[in-house]
Design a protein around this ligand. Structure first.
Ligand SMILES: [Zn+2]
Ligand SMILES: [Zn+2]
Length: 277
């Protein structure tokens, strides 16, 4: 699964998928595609199938290093580009209006303000040439924001993990979309840690073939709506409860929690969070 912020390139020629971020795409490109190779793919969006190309390129990154990158490509006048301009009409209108203010031919990147940001979410399927594409537009993001803002985080996290059915926060299409994406990220992380708690390393339940590890949102979801892997960690139910009871500060730079009584607890397991300043 890959979540892409809507920008100018999406309306004109496609988007790139950073490989360090998306294991599933990496596997596909490694298994089926040589470097420099490209192939036809299908994008399934809102009940319709669109054609596009997938390129596996090796590009020069900053500072002279090389990196592999997977790119989804289509023509500006293709059906998929037309559809994306329709669905993300707000972003498109915003970018177009900003372009008017620029000098003709300017290649300057146009940043979209936080409250207008929209997203494309790409899911892999069991077929290596077919991808499911979902859209998150501002109306939906605003709806979910209104529903979750200020709600108890622990309850909302539990609701997000629930199976299908009503999660207590309504069952609208947009809640369903958020839940699906959130869960997929959480499930991938649980597998990555073999259902172990990143604080204590315990895998409670594994001996009984049961998994009760939980996904925690570092910056609370009810305020940030951030469900990317970089904002989730895997915890045992005990440590998860403790975190929500005491609300310690998570020190990103040193990857540790600082509790109100001064105790610092470092993560014993970490394979996905990058220490940042
Ligand atoms: Zn634990
Ligand atoms: Zn939590």
């Amino acid at each position: 699964m890959y979540k892409k912020e809507v920008d100018w390139s999406l309306f004109n020629y496609g988007f790139a998928i950073p490989l360090d971020y998306q294991v599933a795409f990496k596997k596909i490109s490694e298994r089926y595609m040589e470097r420099g190779e490209s192939k036809d793919i299908r994008l399934y969006l809102n009940g319709k199938t669109y054609s596009a190309r997938l390129n596996n390129n090796r590009i020069a990154a900053k500072f002279g290093a090389h990196t592999d990158i997977v790119q989804v490509r289509y023509e500006k006048n293709s059906e998929i580009a037309e559809m994306l301009r329709q669905v993300f009409h707000r972003s498109y209108a915003y970018i177009e209006s900003q372009k008017q203010l620029q000098k003709p031919g300017s290649k300057k990147h146009i940043p979209i303000p936080e409250e207008l940001k929209e997203y494309l979410v790409v899911y892999t399927t069991e077929y290596d040439d077919t991808y499911i594409v979902e859209t998150m537009v501002t109306e939906e993001i605003d709806t979910v924001k209104t529903l979750v803002r200020g709600q108890p985080e622990r309850l909302f996290e539990a609701a997000l993990e629930e199976d299908e059915g009503n999660c207590g926060f309504g069952n609208s299409d947009c809640i369903r979309k958020f839940r699906k994406m959130n869960r997929l990220v959480g499930d991938n992380l649980k597998q990555l840690y073999d259902y172990r708690c990143q604080i204590c390393g315990a895998a409670i339940g594994n001996e009984y073939d049961a998994h009760i590890a939980e996904a925690h949102h570092i910056r609370y979801f009810v305020w940030t709506m951030d469900m990317d892997a970089g904002n989730q960690m895997i915890l045992c139910p005990n440590h998860h409860s403790l975190i929500h009871r005491l609300d310690p500060v998570f020190d990103r730079q040193r990857l540790r929690f600082v509790f109100p009584n001064g105790t610092e607890t470092k993560l014993v397991l970490n394979r996905h969070l990058k220490a940042t300043g």
